[in-house]
Design a protein around this ligand. Sequence first.
Ligand SMILES: *Cc1c(COP(=O)(O)O)cnc(C)c1O
Length: 363
Amino acid sequence: MSRPTPRDDLRALEGYHSPQLDVDVRLNTNESPLPPPPAFLDAWVDALRATPLHRYPDRAATGLRRALGASLGQPAERVFCANGSNEVLQTLMLTYGGPERCALVVEPTYALHSHIARITGTPVVAIPRRADFTVDPVALGAAIRDHDPALVFLCSPNNPTGTVDGPEVLGAAIDAARGLVVVDEAYGEFAERSAIDVVDEQRALVVVRTYSKVWSMAALRLGYCVAPTWVVEELDKVVLPYHLAAATQTAGTVALRFREEMAARVRELVAEREHLLAGLDRLDGVEPLPSGANFVLFRVGAAGDRVAARTVWERLVARRVLVRDFSAWPGVEGCLRVTVGTRGENDAFLSALEAAVRESGAP
Ligand SMILES: *Cc1c(COP(=O)(O)O)cnc(C)c1O
């Protein structure tokens, strides 16, 4: 038998790497440390009982779009929902990308932007962030004019660096781009600025959000974007019919009744982030970077020292604490990323880190 091979352009593709180890303290994937409120579960299950499971779900997710639009101060017609924001990103690239066009990213950033671009056959142009991980608006504008990308990806707060873009970055992208400007705001609720308010019919701007982080619903796979209606209409044609399960739609709608609880959690996690930053700041040989998200990137040892960071990561695992290893990642070499957890998890992490750093410093 001859084994059929995948597409030629996918030959060099690697899968998504993020080891899931069995540990006590899991601070590696930027999830919420808390499950959704019990009252949410009750309300969701009640809504599920009333759902006719032998029928296809509402293809347009009308109720969910309406509820999201109302909560965001945008018309329902500007909302598109999918199975996680990753499917939103994929649908955007299937619709606006392709081999004759390109997508522009500013590295280091969320790996899935360029990964999904490649899967959809869209060439990727990458430009670097500044040394402090902010985006240079002048360089961004120049790169957009040079390459004329069909999609420009911004990520604010940026994963994995935590950097929040100033308004001049979005302004530069919108002024220069003839294609879509996509702002991934997976962590938007943790930051003080959002681009959602400036989405209208006149700008080719799309803001992508998720229920996976703040909304404690990573297991349910629900994300959405806010975009001009003329973009949403195109996405609706490309995405598979009935792609969003009734249970997911219902969860997303019911969750919005718990906005107050979620806002309180955001405040709590932001306070915990500051606690983590202060704890990291106190450790010798550890340098945390400013963050507007629910995670903190930190350098271990001298800048770019991959071995020190990898060694500390392994020592944390040995102490049953899992963070994300970015020690060999282009642009963030020598860094690890810790997700903000509960006070107990954060303190367990900080004392494990203190011990790990001390140990690796020993001869
Ligand atoms: C976590 C994350 C997402 C979320 O993906 P989902 O598919 O919604 O779970 C999207 N973008 C970024 C930058 C992220 O870090």
